[in-house]
Design a protein around this ligand. Sequence first.
Ligand code: BG6
Ligand code: MG
Length: 211
Amino acid sequence: MKQKAVVFDLDGVICFTDKYHYQAWKALADELGIYFDEEINNRLRGVSRMASFEIILERYHGEPMTEAQKEACCTKKNDLYRELLKNMSPADLSDEVKETLDGLRAKGLKLAIGSSSKNTPFILGQLGLGDYFDAVSDGNNITKSKPDPEVFLKAAEFLGMDPKDCLVVEDAEAGLDAAIAGGMECAAIGEATKCGKGTYNLSTFADLLKI
Ligand code: BG6
Ligand code: MG
């Protein structure tokens, strides 16, 4: 690998929180009488919490909501989401992911997280990765969500690296767009491989060791 560091998206790359996001959004949508399904949930990948709610509100036919009401809805969703995240444990970190991370580190690469999620510290703690990464850039230190490159540029800055020396790993098209906008090469995994924007398409997480 020509890069000196790898910046990983969290949800859908290091771990799989989709089902918890889905359950929590579904509960809120049901309460508000909004149609919501797995297909709409797929559109929320990589997108910030409020931007996700705006997508869900496309199917809302009630009285227009104030910003304060929207915030209250997002807080309600997040409270339930965090309850569900308590089910996560180090057993949810696959051997493949852990061994690949260790393998990349053994090659001398710096490892960072670049996630839109404000729950990143909590999730990393649940997975037993609280102290693992050399830098963590997440929803708590950004003002603009993916596809803006801010979260990845901050990750590079926290590592003390030039963005072009960082490879981004992403499962969302919005994340690939963010990496490209930040001048970084990117490895697509899962759903993101379909859009053809990745510098590399990974069939498995362990393929990172072959770059
Ligand atoms: C991203 C997820 O990592 O984080 C999105 O892919 C989610 O689905 C976003 O909306 C924000 O997460 P949180 O935990 O701050 O609500
Ligand atoms: Mg993701």
